[in-house]
Design a protein around this ligand. Sequence first.
Ligand SMILES: Cc1cc2nc3c(=O)[nH]c(=O)nc-3n(C[C@H](O)[C@H](O)[C@H](O)COP(=O)(O)OP(=O)(O)OC[C@H]3O[C@@H](n4cnc5c(N)ncnc54)[C@H](O)[C@@H]3O)c2cc1C
Length: 407
Amino acid sequence: MGDPPRKVAIAGAGVAGLAAALAFRKAGYAVTVLERTAELGAVGAGILLQANGLLVLETFGVAEEVRAAGAAMSRFLMRDRRGRALLATELQAHLPPNLWPVCIHRADLHDILWRACAARGVTLRLGCKVSAVETDGPSPVLVYDTPSGAARLAGDLVVGADGVNSAVRDLAGFACRFWPVVEGSVQGVARFAVPADCHGEYIGGAEACGMLPLGGAKTFWFWGGSGQTVGKIETLSFATWKESVCRDFPPMRLVLDERHDWPGTVRLQHQSVQCDAWSAGKVVLIGDAAHAMSPNLGQGANCALVDALALVSRVAARDAGANLADALARFEHDRRAMVERLQRQGQRRAVASAQSWPGLEPIVNFALRLVRFAPLAMRRAEVRLMNGLEGDDLDLRAAGIRAAIPW
Ligand SMILES: Cc1cc2nc3c(=O)[nH]c(=O)nc-3n(C[C@H](O)[C@H](O)[C@H](O)COP(=O)(O)OP(=O)(O)OC[C@H]3O[C@@H](n4cnc5c(N)ncnc54)[C@H](O)[C@@H]3O)c2cc1C
């Protein structure tokens, strides 16, 4: 493992894979991405980009485009099931405007990242599903299925960015554990804007839902409940589910009334993943493949973006010397503590919000109303954690990028 890699093979063209492709290409590497689906970014609904992810997008030179395609939020409101405010987090008091969270359609984020990759000469092969990883030769090889048969792609470095059910992780023999499923969600996009005084997250019992502004005068809506409840949703008609949500959370009628069936919504049971190591030889995992986490902090995609830049900066930066194994170990060292903190926090919230018994809801609502009296430093610490930042600064180092940016 003497020479630094020049040819990078990436499995997966999600947020992690496209961000890594762009960063490696900007740093001068030849990059090929294999994606199993026939087209990019067709799935999904809204996604929240927070300070750590936005800092990475600034470095890529696409943050302005992302802000223009999404909607920035200067405050975040938690509400009770009828829409009455419980807790307002004034993000503007803690973050500069360029780091206010941006809610964007996942497809728009993919599109922006892919256009930046294409402009730089990244090779993308669609409809190519990785089915084997060979690690016995001098360079690892991704074997993949295409409509016209199996093909092979060697890289000086192979990046597994193929999501929570990563084939690279399993095929290359990484030891990992799935945490128990405790939550799930239904999400969608309404093709119209709702009044700003409806934005926020509505909580009630073991369920939560919400509406957030998306770019293009659209609205991202979501509903979340226990994993068991979501499992049962499969057996319900959309009309039955919609009526029960609108009965429990009346304001949701605003966005759900336009829908009459499931197609176009996203239904998921959420899984968290913990791997013993994120690299083995010349294969490295990033994003959900390495550490899928509960979506309730809105950090999964942001961590995927930070992983991509942290990896490339370690592999390419001069201080890593020529030793790839060291660079990969440093990348993991840079990232693991923050990622695991977010995973634990997300899991704690998921478990806590799955609790419900008569009389608990007014106590929770009362406690949330009291948070406004918490010391400012405590609230700031919470905002920083939600935004994936460590220490007091608002820069790439605080987001977990420890080595120099190699371009
Ligand atoms: C309901 C929900 C809401 C969320 N909300 C937020 C949010 O608001 N903010 C946030 O930051 N994060 C959020 N997340 C998390 C975020 O979506 C993920 O963390 C993020 O998408 C991870 O990106 P990734 O590139 O690692 O994986 P993915 O986005 O899953 O991408 C993996 C890619 O690999 C491809 N692939 C898979 N297997 C193969 C194979 N064998 N060969 C080739 N290609 C393959 C897939 O088709 C896919 O394109 C949410 C997640 C969920 C479930």
